[in-house]
Ligand binder design. Structure first.
Ligand code: DQA
Length: 153
């Protein structure tokens, strides 16, 4: 069951190695840290009248637990699963149990990279995917959530 109206909250999930953003392969992922991205998420969410809860995790198990908890506390999920995107079916199944909008986010465009990055096991259970826009991917994702929540019946 989603959280009640009036307290629209987004769970923002970051998968493995995203805690190293800014230091890790900056030519691909940019120089902003995860904290920089999350600050922008919070600013955008605030402008749109939304609140956030953020979880950064290094394992699928931690992300699955956060998704289970969000079933009764959050209205939407924004998730950048990192490399788990490409093989973590437990994430797919956990997200399938969530009733609200789910936006899959990537800083890079996995479809234009190595072949093993071309499959997303999250995409089939996401409302949509935003990939390849660097820091703007997160900002666009918050706008997508706001739009989807505002048109929800
Ligand atoms: C990523 C893309 C994934 O393929 C990769 O494993 C990451 C980051 C992105 O944001 O572009 O860790 O999710």
């Amino acid at each position: 069951m989603a959280a009640k109206k009036g307290s629209r909250k987004i769970l923002v999930l970051s998968g493995p190695n995203l805690n190293l953003l800014g230091q890790r392969e900056p030519e691909i992922y940019g120089t902003d840290s995860l904290a920089d991205h999350m600050l922008r998420v919070d600013e955008t969410a605030k402008q749109l009248g939304l609140t956030t809860e953020k979880v950064s995790a290094q394992s699928a198990a931690e992300l699955v637990a956060a998704i289970h908890a969000a079933r009764s506390t959050c209205d939407a999920i924004i998730i950048n699963p990192g490399a788990l995107t490409h093989f973590a079916w437990s994430l797919h199944d956990a997200l399938a149990s969530f009733a609200g909008p789910i936006i899959e986010v990537h800083l890079s465009n996995p479809s234009s990279r190595e072949p093993w990055r071309h499959e997303s096991v999250v995409a089939p259970v996401a409302s949509g995917t935003i990939a390849g826009f660097g820091a703007n991917s997160y900002v666009f994702a918050v706008h997508a959530v706001a739009t989807l929540l505002s048109t929800e019946k």
